[in-house]
Write a new protein. Sequence first.
Length: 413
Amino acid sequence: MFPIEEVRRQFPAMARKYNGKQAIYLDGPGGSQVAMPVIEAMVSYMSDGGANLHGEFPTSKETEQHIENARRAAADLVGAKTNEVAFGQNSTSLMFAVSRALKKTWTSGDNIVVSEIDHRSNVDSWATAADDAGVEIRFIPVDPETLTLDLSNLNRLINENTKLVSVTLASNAVGTITDIETISKRAHEVGAMLAVDAVHAVPHFRVNRDQIGADLLFCSAYKFFGPHLGIAVIKEEVFEKLSVYKLQPAPTYIPDKLETGTQNHEAIAALEAGINFIASLGMGATRRGKIESAYARMEEYENKLARKLRAALKNIPEVTLYQAPESVAKTPTIAFTINGANPVEVCSWLAENYAIFIASGDFYASTLAEKLAIKETGGWIRAGFAPYNTEEEIELVTEAIKAYIKSLKVVNK
């Protein structure tokens, strides 16, 4: 049985009330709540005295040790080496930094391949670099009926001139888990590099960098109970050759050479605590083993919640769900609309009347939103589950949505 009460006790935000009601957090895909060990680690670092690097005094040496510990933890999280992990402001910033380095190796006649289902960070970071280099940009199309990527022309899209293929592991908007194995296989057949946006995946299921064949992998700690921190995991042989933009005196060795300027040391000091929190939910002889076990438990629990809400929403005639078929794996992320209702107004009403914190918009998956003609109506309403959500909350959400629809009908009479 999933230890939901024990988990909730680890999140101070669970105690919040709004308008006299217990807050219900369904905005996890935009950023999860933060576990208490993470908060404590950040406060401890700042309280004990922070410092910049390369000093011959305790606080500087402690900062360097925190960075090393964070690299080890992040490497365990995704199955990588410690020296393959670099930190930055967020995944988007890191993608732009890497793309600017890679474009130096692209020439006219080359192409890069991105997808229509992705968050635009994993499109525009590469596409703008390709445009700068005069390189063709190709898109793997999304099937608007199944909300999955159409891979029928993959061998044509990814060819001998392809230098980079970039695709999400899971859609942050509709939850579809992509067929990364097929894409990875084709990319490596032609010698292309594979960049994987795992920002929405890492909070919900086990990610093995080598198993999916990612040369570049990106995620963000604030999506999985941690601090605001971006993480780039780059294969050593790729990282060594990467000619990044940097200050002349800055390190030339990996992974430091990608980390421009002074880093967010208090966030880095708290990262290990966030990953250890995930590991604490599992069992095993090593942290990586515990992480894998924990993900199995979290995935089972979160998917149970998602199935319950999807089933409830399907039974409400005024609700339209945007999801892949049942046979397609999905994260516990549910996008929907209510007929005749503005998504912003729905989210505001749910917050004010039921203390349900849920978001609306296109969530930067703007190409997908355009293909589904959702942008002109205000986008989706998106509910995302985390391991601190409960079945009782789903019942309240269902009740609230029905109440909103009833209020809408009264107004429209």
